[in-house]
Ligand binder design. Sequence first.
Ligand code: PLP
Length: 400
Amino acid sequence: TTDPSFSLRPVPLSPTLAVNEALDRRRRAGAPVLPLGFGEAGIPVHPLLTEALASAAGRGAYGPVAGSPELRAAAAGYWTRRDLPTDPGQVVAGPGSKALLFGLLTALGGDVVVPAPSWVTYAAQTALAGAAPVRVPTPPGEGGVPDPAALAAAVTRARAGGRTVRAVVLTLPDNPTGTLARPETVSRVCAAARDLDLAVISDEIYGDLVHDPSSPVPRAALCAPERTVVTTALSKQFAAGGWRIGVARLPDGPFGRALRTSLLGVGSEIWSSAPAPMQHAAALALSEPPELAERVDRSRRLHAAVARAVALRFRAAGALVPEPAAAFYLYPDLEPLRDALAGVRTGAELASLLLERHGVGVLPGAVFGDDPRALRMRVAPSLLYGATDEHRLAALAAPD
Ligand code: PLP
């Protein structure tokens, strides 16, 4: 007999989830853990949202693949209030923006430009969708967008080699660096995407967590409206990642309509429809009543304060840290600490040492397709305020 595992396709666990599982094993063994690997806000879900979810628990029927009319209208309003007039017909809901991104990459059916560094999942999903990532470095301090000149060179080279490159992914603001590209850089990337006939996928899941509300927030859909898809979710600003609900805004026009049809086809074969109770709660969240807007604002200020404080400590120790401008990540370069970290040469070595000796979960830069000397850590509110729900609520009320 033949062992069927010989013919299995090896698919590794996503590094963000693998670090969670390693921490869980330690936790179950009674050892202390500090989870700074997985990206979540570390604050409670607002009671208005839990009440909305509970009120919809009886909704047991499947719904439309594109999402409920209620959620699509709320998402359309959310984007319209952010200078992107949106018709509910342009919105598709799914079980998390991660699933929607996979649906989009599958529907696009070609290779994809993925910035280096960038969120672990884009490159892995591109490969799962049967294509290959084209890695292009990001400008210093402006994570999440490929350098525009390097983008053009890399796509031209890949095409000359016979590859079909269909899209470029942007993360605005960025994970893992916690930085925000300048609007001029994003405009240049949009112009390059137009010249190269690339679709733009703009992952804006951290869009409401820009630390300084007066800083200009670039939006790819404003500079390349006919070819940009925007995704967001409830996971980060509403701290409801476990609810698994996200939304995509497809562009208006023939390209957007064709892509939507294919995305719905993929969704219909994978998730059928997003979970109905979550859609109801998401509709409330995206309609942004004052209590929820206030919670998002407090959480934004909290993450800004924690990121600032932790970045100062890293710098005092000698690490190079890009100035955090959004979300809840720091991406220090540990090269200057080489002597202090005697014997530790890479972010991967330091990450496994921190996990094994101290129960601290972080992610090495290499998993983001970048510098092996870098490390990504989540700047959890618990680092400054403690880890119970009472601590978390107190942290939200704390002055900046
Ligand atoms: N995009 C980025 C940049 C992320 O960091 C994450 C979560 O870590 C996601 C998308 C996925 O979010 P979700 O699937 O919870 O909507």
